[in-house]
Design a binder for this molecule. Structure first.
Ligand code: FAD
Length: 414
C-alpha cells in the first residue's frame, strides 16, 4: 500500500463513508482516497440484514429530500430505495393539549415528505458502494491516532494499519467525541440537554400508513417513524423517545410489558395497541458545534463538526449537505489549479455551509426547547404554534420545507 494519499478520511461512519463515495463521484480519477475506519467493515451481504456495526446501528434515519437529491447524484439512491419507507404525512401533537397538526405530502404535490431507512440498511448500501469503487482504498479495522499538520502536508500515525502515512487533505469524520479534533486543538461549544434518546423498533396493531408521529410530552418529544414491514408483515415503527436520563435508564431496563404500557400511555392509540418492542438503546443528547471546521489541509465533518438533537431529524441530512458542498468546492479548486489542502478553497466551503448549519442547528435546538416548556404562557404558545401550522399554510409550508432540508437552497420542492 502507498504511504501517501491525496485525501485521507478518518472515520467510516455514515458521514465518512458517504464522503468517500461523494469524492469518488466528483474528483478526477487520479485523486487517491483512503478511508480509515476503527471497526472492521462487514462484507456486504446480499438480501439479509448486515452484521452489526456501531456506526450503522439499530437506529433509523429520516432522510430528507435534500439527501435524496445528493444520493441520486452519487448513483446510490436506487440501491438504498429498496429499504426506504416513504413518509406520506407527519402528525404533530402535544400530550394533554389541544394543538395538533397534520402535514401531508399530497398537499405539496410531493411524492413523500421524507424517507425512513434503518441505519443497518443504509450502511449496507454505503459499504456496497465502497467495495464497488476502484479507487477508494479502505483500511479497517485501523485508527488514525496521531496528526501533525505542516506546510508540506499532514502526517498521520495509524494503529492497526501501515504505521505512518502522509496526505494533502485530512477529513476528520470520527464522530461527536472526536479524538482527532481534540488533538488538533479545535474547540467545540457544547450544550447538554440533560436528556437521553431511547431508541427501539415497535410493532402495532394498526398500520402506520406512512405517517410519522411527533408527539411532545412534558418529559420530552417522542417520535414514531414509519418502517417497511418485515416478511411477517408486521406494522413496524422506529421509536425515538427523548427522556430525562434516569427515566430513560429505567425504561431501557424494565420488562417489555412495562415498557409497552408506559409508551402506550404517553403515545395513545393512534396506532392501536402497541404489541412488541425490539432491542432498546439510549444516547445522551447534546448540541455540539465546532466553529473552526477548516485549517490548511484539514476539514472537520459530520458529528465531529456538529452533533444535533435528533428531534427534527436534521443531523445526518445536514452533514450530507456539507459532504456535497465540500465535494463541489474541492472539484472547483482542482479545476482552478489549487492544491486539495489549499486553505482559501477550504474556507470557501465553510463559508458556503455556514448559513445552512446555522439554520439547521437553530431549528433542531428551538423545537425541543419550545415543546419542553412547562410555563403556561409558553405552553399556550406551543399549542397555538401547532394549531397555527394548520391555520397558516405559509408557516406550515416553511416548517415542512425546513424539515425537508430545502429552505436553505431556494428549491421550490415541486
Ligand atoms: C437517536 C438518534 C436519532 C437520529 N435520527 C436522525 C434522523 O432521523 N435524521 C438525521 O438526519 N440524523 C439523525 N441523527 C443524527 C445522525 O445519527 C448523525 O448525524 C450521524 O450518525 C453522524 O455520523 P458520523 O459518521 O459523523 O459519526 P459516527 O456515526 O459517530 O461515526 C464515526 C466513525 O468514526 C470511527 N472512528 C472513531 N475514531 C476513529 C479514528 N481515530 N480513526 C478511524 N476511525 C475512527 C468510528 O468507529 C465510527 O465508525 C440521529 C441521531 C441520534 C442519536
Amino acid at each position: 500500500m502507498s504511504t501517501h494519499f491525496d485525501i485521507v478520511i478518518a472515520g467510516g461512519g455514515m458521514v465518512g463513508a458517504s464522503l468517500a463515495l461523494q469524492l469518488d463521484t466528483r474528483l478526477p480519477v487520479d485523486t487517491t482516497i483512503l478511508l480509515v475506519e476503527g471497526i472492521e467493515f462487514p462484507r456486504p451481504a446480499v438480501n439479509r440484514a448486515p452484521d452489526y456495526h456501531p456506526s450503522f446501528d439499530a437506529r433509523s434515519t429520516a432522510l430528507s429530500y435534500s439527501s435524496q437529491l445528493i444520493y441520486e447524484g452519487m448513483g446510490l439512491w436506487e440501491g438504498v430505495s429498496e429499504w426506504l419507507c416513504p413518509i406520506e404525512s407527519i402528525h404533530v401533537s402535544s400530550r394533554g393539549r389541544f394543538g395538533s397538526s397534520l402535514m401531508r405530502a399530497q398537499d405539496y404535490a410531493w411524492p413523500a415528505l421524507g424517507y425512513v431507512v434503518e441505519n443497518a440498511w443504509l450502511g449496507q448500501s454505503l459499504i456496497q458502494g465502497l467495495y464497488r469503487s476502484d479507487r477508494i482504498e479502505m483500511m479497517s479495522p485501523a485508527k488514525v491516532t496521531d496528526v501533525a499538520v505542516g506546510q508540506a502536508g499532514v502526517k498521520l500515525g495509524l494503529e492497526g494499519g501501515v504505521g505512518q502515512l502522509t496526505t494533502t487533505l485530512l477529513l476528520v469524520a470520527d464522530g461527536a467525541n472526536s479524538a482527532l479534533r481534540a488533538q488538533l486543538g479545535v474547540s467545540v461549544r457544547e450544550k447538554h440537554y440533560d436528556q437521553h434518546a431511547l431508541v427501539a423498533n415497535v410493532t402495532s396493531a394498526k398500520p402506520h400508513q406512512g405517517c410519522a408521529f411527533e408527539r411532545f410530552t412534558d418529559e420530552g418529544p417522542l417520535a414514531l417513524l414509519p418502517l417497511l414491514p418485515t416478511d411477517s408483515d408486521e406494522h413496524r415503527s422506529a421509536l425515538v423517545w427523548t427522556l430525562p436520563p434516569s427515566r430513560a435508564l429505567q425504561l431501557v431496563d424494565c420488562s417489555k410489558q412495562v415498557f409497552l404500557h408506559e409508551l402506550q400511555a404517553r403515545f395513545g392509540y393512534r396506532l392501536g395497541r402497541l404489541l412488541q418492542v425490539g432491542a432498546r438503546q439510549q444516547y445522551p443528547l447534546a448540541l455540539l458545534r465546532s466553529y473552526e471546521q477548516v485549517r490548511q489541509g484539514v476539514v472537520v465533518m459530520g458529528n465531529a463538526a456538529h452533533a444535533l438533537h435528533p428531534v427534527a431529524g436534521q443531523g445526518f441530512n445536514l452533514a450530507l449537505r456539507d459532504v456535497a458542498e465540500l465535494g463541489r468546492v474541492l472539484a472547483e479548486g482542482i479545476a482552478n489549479g489549487c492544491s486539495l489542502g489549499d486553505l482559501s478553497t477550504l474556507q470557501r466551503y465553510q463559508c458556503r455551509q455556514r448559513a445552512d448549519q446555522d439554520r439547521a442547528i437553530q431549528f433542531s435546538d428551538v423545537v425541543p426547547s419550545l415543546f419542553m416548556q412547562r410555563d403556561l404562557v409558553l405552553g399556550m404558545g406551543r399549542d397555538l404554534a401547532l394549531a397555527g401550522l394548520d391555520i397558516l399554510p405559509g408557516v406550515k409550508r416553511e416548517f415542512v420545507r425546513r424539515a425537508a432540508g430545502l429552505a436553505q437552497r431556494g428549491h421550490t420542492g415541486g
